[in-house]
Design a protein around this ligand. Structure first.
Ligand code: SF4
Length: 308
């Protein structure tokens, strides 16, 4: 598969049209080259994803959604990372497999689709057998989801915001279309990979996990999101509800984001989900809101190790 760097990029729903082939950076910050911030085993995903030695997590630089509260802001908006080739990316996948990773977990890779697909193809030819996880904000086009068919086994997707006109999608992500776009993308993901399956050790092999992060002061919107998801998808996906929000900086324009999510709100959301009939989902113990969930973005695993 050849790499065609977009001359009018429409890889994500922003469809900003950047001429990336000429080095113009798009809304996401990505330009004409592939950039990674970290590639390492990661223990803090959901248990069937982080099983065995951990998830083989590859953090890509830049991000189409650019939420103001992003927990990985240095890479998503700061653009931190190293430029590498497609061949090196394929090697990284195989190195993670050699470290006994449970899967290859591609975090926010949409803007690099033209590099990621050939790298996966090369790695498969060279012995990659692990499931591939597409770890996304949920803000995806149907064309991108269609392009991932046959490459991705598991979608680990956020569903961040509700549909209300005053929804946090506008305030925090400049994405008034988030709900409609993410809804259509999620439907397409479910159709593509089907219901969750696991191997004999309980490691996820295929399916969809939908994540939702409760933000400070957003309890009612979070309830609406979970009600929508449950009524639409029921038990065909796994759910993961998180309370790990940690203020990444001091906000003057969004003072509510200077606080952590309260235990009271989190348990009110879990009680609401129980009342809906959602009795099986991933949730986080108290005290999850720690910076320790955020790995160091120091280009670990990105450069080829020197021979000794
Ligand atoms: S992936 Fe980046 S460059 Fe491409 S349309 Fe989205 S924001 Fe623009």
């Amino acid at each position: 598969m050849n790499i065609t760097i977009p001359t009018k990029c429409e890889l994500c729903p922003r469809k900003c049209g950047a001429n990336r082939a000429e080095g113009v950076r798009g809304f996401c910050g990505a330009g004409a080259s592939l950039k990674l911030a970290r590639a390492a085993l990661h223990e803090w995903e959901e248990p069937p994803i982080s099983a065995r030695a951990g998830s083989g997590t590859v953090f890509f630089s830049n991000c189409p959604l650019r939420c103001v509260y992003c927990q990985n802001i240095d890479i998503s908006q700061g653009g931190f990372g190293l430029e590498i080739t497609t061949e090196r990316l394929a090697e990284i996948f195989l190195e993670l497999q050699a470290q006994d990773a449970a899967n290859i977990n591609l975090v926010t890779a949409t803007q690099y689709l033209p590099w990621v697909l050939p790298a996966l193809e090369q790695a498969r030819e060279q012995g990659l057998v692990l499931p591939v996880v597409w770890n996304t904000s949920g803000y995806e086009t149907l064309e991108t989801i269609a392009a991932l068919a046959g490459f991705v086994d598991i979608y680990l997707t956020d569903f961040k915001y509700g549909k209300a006109p005053e929804a946090a999608a506008i305030r925090y992500s400049q994405a008034p279309d988030y709900f409609d776009v993410a809804s259509a993308a999620l439907d397409a993901m479910c159709t593509q990979v089907g219901s969750p399956t696991f191997d004999d050790d309980g490691i996820m092999q295929r399916g969809v996990i939908v994540r939702h992060l409760l933000l400070p002061g957003q309890l009612e919107e979070s309830k609406a999101v979970m009600k929508y998801l449950w009524e639409r998808l029921g038990e065909t996906v796994l759910y993961s509800v998180m309370n790990q929000y940690t203020p990444p900086q001091h906000f003057t324009d969004f003072p509510e984001l200077n606080e952590k999510t309260t235990d009271e709100d989190y348990h009110a959301l879990l009680d609401y989900m129980d009342a809906l009939g959602m009795d099986d989902y991933f949730w986080q113990e108290g005290g999850a809101a720690q910076e320790s969930f955020i790995p160091p973005f120091d280009t670990t695993g990105v450069e080829k190790a020197a021979c000794t």
